[in-house]
Write a protein that binds this ligand. Structure first.
Ligand SMILES: [Zn+2]
Length: 175
């Protein structure tokens, strides 16, 4: 779901009100939270007051032009494409985007506000869990080995296989 969100953003298909108006789905381009005139992708995920509250609480130091980049440059930098951030920070950035989007939708459709500290906390939990799972996956991948028949170093090896069709049915075996 986080990857899909990043893909939508990078392809200009993120369903903020600006995009939805362009597709004749939304009645206006305004931000549904702060009523700013344009709910662009950047406004929704970075520049809206609600989103800024989250970014303002992030412990990782935001790069110098964080609030001045366009959508593609901003997301690409945050997702680690340019080496501006390390692997964990890139994961954290993407998880924060997802949680800001989730909180925005929750507020609009359920009329309930999620505090910026909760958004950040959930994003950090998601980032740590993702990093932990990915590191486990990388470790387990290093233990994958191809299983095949090997001749014994000494003596003989007898390979036997058999099958039966039911308890008293036909039996076959091979040596
Ligand atoms: Zn707004």
């Amino acid at each position: 779901m986080v990857k899909l969100l990043i893909w939508l953003i990078l392809h200009g298909a993120h369903p903020s009100n600006d995009t939805l108006l362009h597709r004749h789905v939304a009645p206006h381009p305004k931000c549904s939270r702060c009523m700013a005139p344009s709910d662009s992708i950047l406004h929704c995920l970075r520049d809206c007051n609600r989103s800024r509250d989250v970014w303002g609480s992030v412990s990782l130091s935001l790069w110098s032009n964080f609030f001045n980049l366009d959508t593609i440059a901003w997301v690409s930098a945050g997702a680690g494409f340019f080496g501006v951030v390390n692997h964990f920070q890139a994961t954290q950035f993407c998880c924060i985007l997802w949680w800001i989007w989730h909180a925005r939708n929750y507020e609009i459709f359920s009329n309930k506000h999620i505090k910026s500290t909760q958004v950040l906390s959930q994003a950090n939990i998601m980032a740590m869990e993702s990093t932990r799972l990915l590191s486990k996956l990388e470790v387990s991948q290093t233990h994958i080995r191809r299983v095949q028949w090997e001749s014994p170093k000494l003596g003989y090896k007898l390979n036997v296989d058999g099958s039966s069709l039911g308890n008293t049915g036909h039996v076959a075996w091979e040596v």
